[in-house]
Ligand binder design. Structure first.
Ligand SMILES: CC(C)(COP(=O)(O)OP(=O)(O)OC[C@H]1O[C@@H](n2cnc3c(N)ncnc32)[C@H](O)[C@@H]1OP(=O)(O)O)[C@@H](O)C(=O)NCCC(=O)NCCS
Length: 173
């Protein structure tokens, strides 16, 4: 595999996103057209993994969010304010050229470490994500994310308590 860099914030001037192809056109398009805008407006921060030529091979966008307490699963809701403070993984995609090599997992490990840091400075009870499809949902569950509603296989919303992140990171090492 080509050498890859550690995750870093997207630099629209330096990072090449033009050929990014995850197989999910909407996610590719968002990286090209909207990631920079969202950063400028402070509505989403995009982190990328690139090769040594600055070509993006994976990205994730993050934002702070509040979970509606009434709709939250018990472990999130318990002893929490409304809304429950959380970190939202808005989008995550890996270029097909490096699929299945652990790049997506490495990016998630970076996000989870970010959540632990954020939790110290601003409090963040959980990391949440909406799975793109059933394949993505299984992939997130493999990383320790749990369904908002385990009785509904069609509910794409998933969470990981910040309190459980250390254990998840250990299992990924
Ligand atoms: C989903 C996606 C991010 C995965 O990225 P990736 O870098 O290929 O994933 P990784 O290489 O880190 O993970 C591969 C591991 O997960 C396993 N895996 C892959 N798909 C899986 C699935 N559906 N269920 C369970 N395990 C799965 C592989 O067997 C492999 O395990 P191993 O490390 O033990 O061999 C990537 O396929 C992608 O960008 N898809 C399109 C966009 C998308 O669905 N994004 C998620 C947004 S919610």
């Amino acid at each position: 595999m080509t050498d890859l860099r550690h995750p870093e914030p997207l630099d629209p001037k330096r990072h090449d996103r033009s050929g990014f192809d995850s197989g999910a056109a909407e996610l590719d398009e968002w990286l090209r057209r909207y990631a920079g805008q969202n950063r400028r407006r402070d509505t989403a921060a995009t982190w990328v993994i690139t090769d040594t030529e600055d070509t993006v091979v994976a990205y994730v966008s993050l934002a702070m969010t509040g979970i509606d307490r009434a709709a939250a699963p018990r472990p999130v809701r318990q002893h929490s304010p409304d809304p429950v403070p959380a970190l939202l993984i808005g989008r995550l995609a890996v270029d097909r050229s490096v699929a299945g090599l652990g790049v997506g997992t490495a990016l998630v490990a970076h996000v989870l470490a970010t959540a632990v840091e954020l939790n110290l400075s601003a409090a963040c009870r959980a990391v949440v994500v909406t799975a793109l499809d059933q394949h993505a949902r299984t992939w997130w569950e493999r990383l320790g994310f749990e369904s908002f509603d385990p009785t509904d296989p069609d509910n794409p919303d998933l969470y990981l308590l910040t309190a459980d992140i250390e254990a998840t990171l250990r299992s990924l090492r």
